[in-house]
Design a protein around this ligand. Structure first.
Ligand code: ATP
Length: 426
């Protein structure tokens, strides 16, 4: 059976993945075999999310009624029912719902009624609490397919420590990254000297290590020195896969969806209030503002180095009229030149303008010339892909260290004239 859970936490505490970890142990205690445990991220632009719009799915072998009873009990015991925006959902099914609902919840907006329709169609047992919104995530989680998957090891704190400062040895996370990168990633942000994998919220998570296999996240974990956890769970996830991105054009952008769009830089990047940097991007259909927010730190320098005419592909969510950048591929760099009056061919002095459209004149020997001196300005950037640093990375965004999928390369090159070798990553 597949067991889905969602919407159990609030900004004040709890985490749906923790309930998942507790449930895994209770299912095992009654003799069930656990086949798969998933942490599934859904549309990051959903306004009702507490933090990262996560839901959990557990595949287990055993009696469905027992599974449903244990899952409901776990949620009833642990969910933050008093928080107004917490609306838990539990769904248990012998048949896996078709992945279409998962894909819709990942990229679009869904309703509780749509989730219930899917659950009814597979004869699932389900329970939605309060306004039942959690059924959307619970259904999407059990319907998830993971053509590309990564793993996360989550360590949870003992209950008596929830809310207290986390006792962790900062340096040990840098050692873990040093020893296992690029098989694991986003444990720390070396450029910005930040430990990324330890949350600062009052939930039960102690730290989370992301990587390409259960073995690698466990290996990284061995380097971590921290307070003794209550338990640890390795999840298969859609994190770091770009599963939220769809290929798009400027004309078809819709609020709250995430895209990869090919276009041309249409104006210089501008740094606004708060250090946010933006530039206009055009394609045949129109223009959209691309934003690199202040937390994206050094990534903004990449954006600032763009000039009109550069051919790029931009990835990010479309919100409030802007595409909020997660990464950018540069396919073609526009020629940038500076025009100077030429040197006099007779006396070698710098000529001056003879007036609009009249070419140049030497003030020393009166020689004339029509052609200016054209200086190629060296670009501070080269073709390739660039991404926000780990501190600013969204859960679903695929780190460049995992490579760029063929479809994204195809979007980048769809504008033609790429001045780069395929597969080159900067
Ligand atoms: P945490 O990750 O810490 O458990 P969260 O950030 O996942 O918290 P939730 O408390 O689960 O946030 O709230 C997200 C809510 O949005 C859930 O009720 C979920 O069912 C719902 N939801 C998820 N995806 C969609 C979607 N695409 N359309 C509409 N509702 C959605």
């Amino acid at each position: 059976m597949w067991i889905g859970i969602d919407d159990t936490d609030s900004p004040a505490g709890m985490c749906t993945t923790y309930i998942g970890a507790v449930l895994v142990r209770r299912l095992a205690q009654v003799g069930m075999r656990i086949l798969d445990v998933r942490l599934i991220r859904l549309n990051p632009n959903v306004i009702h999310k507490t933090r990262g719009n996560a839901a959990v799915s557990i595949e287990a072998e055993g009696n469905l009624e027992t599974g449903f009873r244990l899952a409901s009990t776990c949620v009833e015991e642990l969910a933050e029912f008093d928080a107004p925006a917490t609306n838990p959902g539990v769904a248990v099914s012998r048949l896996r719902p078709p992945p279409d609902f998962y894909r819709a919840a990942l990229r679009e907006f869904c309703t509780v009624e749509e989730a219930i329709e899917v659950l009814e169609s597979v004869g699932a047992r389900y329970r939605g609490y309060k306004n039942r919104r959690g059924l959307i995530g619970a259904t999407a989680a059990i319907a998830s397919d993971l053509p590309d998957r990564t793993y996360e090891l989550l360590a949870y704190r003992k209950q008596e420590r929830w809310g207290a400062p986390r006792q962790v040895d900062r340096a040990s996370f840098f050692c873990a990254e040093e020893a296992t990168y690029p098989r694991t990633w986003d444990t720390v942000d070396r450029a910005n000297d930040v430990v990324v994998c330890v949350p600062h919220t009052p939930d039960p998570v102690l730290f989370g290590i992301r990587g390409e296999s259960p073995a690698w996240v466990r290996e990284a974990r061995t380097y971590v020195v921290a307070e003794e956890p209550a338990c640890e769970q390795v999840y298969a996830t859609n994190q770091g896969t770009d599963a939220h991105l769809a290929p798009g054009t400027v004309g078809e952008l819709r609020e709250g969806r995430s895209y990869l769009v090919r276009g041309t830089v249409a104006g210089p990047a501008v740094t606004g209030v708060g250090g946010h940097v933006s530039f206009p991007l055009v394609d045949e259909e129109g223009e959209v503002r691309c934003m690199a927010y202040e937390p994206t730190k050094g990534f903004r320098d990449v954006v600032r180095a763009l000039v009109p005419g550069d051919g790029v592909a931009v990835a990010g969510s479309y919100k409030g009229g802007s595409l909020n950048l997660e990464k950018i591929g540069i396919c073609r760099l526009a020629d940038t030149v500076r025009i100077h009056p030429p040197l006099c061919p007779v006396c070698g002095r710098r000529m001056t303008s003879a007036g609009a459209g009249k070419g140049y004149k030497c003030r020393v020997c009166s020689e004339r010339s029509r052609e200016p001196e054209v200086e190629q300005v060296e670009r501070r950037i080269s073709p390739g892909w660039y991404e926000v640093p780990p501190t600013a990375r969204r859960h679903l965004a695929r780190p460049l260290v995992r490579g760029v999928p063929a479809w994204e390369e195809a979007v980048l090159r769809s504008g033609g004239e790429c001045g780069r070798e395929p597969g080159q990553v900067k």
